[in-house]
Design a protein around this ligand. Sequence first.
Ligand code: FAD
Length: 468
Amino acid sequence: MTMTAALGDATVAELRSAVAGTVIVPGDPDYELARRIWNHAIDRYPAIIVRCTGTADVVAGVRFARSEGMPIAVRGGKHSVAGFSTCDDGLVLDLTPMSAVQVDVSTSRARAQGGATWKQFDRETQLYGLATTGGLVSSTGLGGFTLGGGIGHLVRKHGLTCDNLISADVVNADAQIVRASLEENADLFWALRGGGGNFGVVTSMELAVHPTGPTVLGGAIFYPGDQAAQVMSGWRDAITDAPDELTTTLNLIGAAPPLPFLPGAVHGTRVAVVIACYAGELDKGEAAVSAFRRLGDPIADILAPIPYLALQQLVDPLWEAGAANYFTSVFLDGLPDQAVDTLVEAQGRSAPPPATSELHVHQLGGAVCRVHENSTAFSHRQSPFLLNCVGRTQDPADLASVAEWARRTREDMSRFGGGPYVNFTAEGGAERAAYPQQTYARLADVKRRYDPDNIFRFNQNISPTSED
Ligand SMILES: Cc1cc2nc3c(=O)[nH]c(=O)nc-3n(C[C@H](O)[C@H](O)[C@H](O)COP(=O)(O)OP(=O)(O)OC[C@H]3O[C@@H](n4cnc5c(N)ncnc54)[C@H](O)[C@@H]3O)c2cc1C
């Protein structure tokens, strides 16, 4: 018998009367759509989905799940590649209707509800010429993104998104509302900044926002795949003394998408792409990026002044929901020539189109490495690079092979660093590798205090009962 059948109509009706939002169960017309998240490799069947309209719905949902002994999957922007924002037989607290964003210009802060996306956040903050470090794909949610760290175009200038978190309102496992900040529940505040969704439902978060744009220097330069090694090593050398205003990523793509500005002959072939954002004075920006234009023979160069809002949405069409995806990552201590060779060799083994195999090397440093290692649960602050190995396919039958390629590449690259980024993982069970032992032990202490029964377990799960 399924959990929903076991609950009975009367119990579901009780929940329906307790919440203002919609309650969806199997058989309802919306169920099929509502159970799905961004990654269609994930195919799970929750017993109940509650579309929360506010904190009161979250409290009612947590109380209900507790009384029925159900685990809770919390859903922010639905972009967990591992599928943590859905579950089989549990209760999904879907925060997507909770997407309000309010900007306080006088304090340079913005408050966002727990289900807001970067598209919604950037739109409101850019009204005032403000922004904080946000996702490279605007449909990503602030919730999971911030709680896991948060790496984007402003990361070297303003730090990780979690470094910009000022306070968070959390509904904990006892359905109590607590505020976490440096002044209140500081242990929880420390854990929320990198420890993921382990500690409760974040109904709203307050973030520092900074003058940004409205025009920045941003975009991408495409090079042919046979120049990948020289492009990657040239990029590595060019960013050695980069100013904080500049954040870049080097992507090795197995099959170039049919973008209108790429010649037809390039579509489906291997390319190396430098992606850059200079968030400062535009003339200084050109000096900072000029070396990227001479790394080889560019196929296309769309690195130019662009509204920050447009840059934040530039690659959205390439990352729509519905494909099957596998991400796996490793922080790198550096990018020596052997690492470059390993990545280029992996690109040579990438899956043929229409599957996509991509290697994203994110440049870190800057403001990220100036925050003390113990001040947040996020670890790996001194790593200069993060590698994300991405396998993506419209045909689920190809998933196993692109996932295998991504795993193998990450394993081959592990000798140049270590530890995954919790936000770039397609599998659970990465928590021990993601945090140093002392950090894990501290997270487990906080978990025991706020969720001793582990009802929030769909995440890189910190066990409340772990010994160390
Ligand atoms: C297309 C794409 C692009 C991405 N780009 C970037 C990028 O540029 N930089 C980067 O750092 N990461 C990036 N990511 C990874 C992203 O940060 C994680 O997938 C993140 O978990 C997404 O958050 P979400 O709220 O959208 O996801 P969800 O799937 O809704 O949630 C993810 C996890 O966070 C928990 N959670 C979400 N909201 C809350 C909340 N309000 N309270 C408590 N727990 C919550 C969930 O329970 C779950 O465990 C990207 C992912 C995708 C799929």
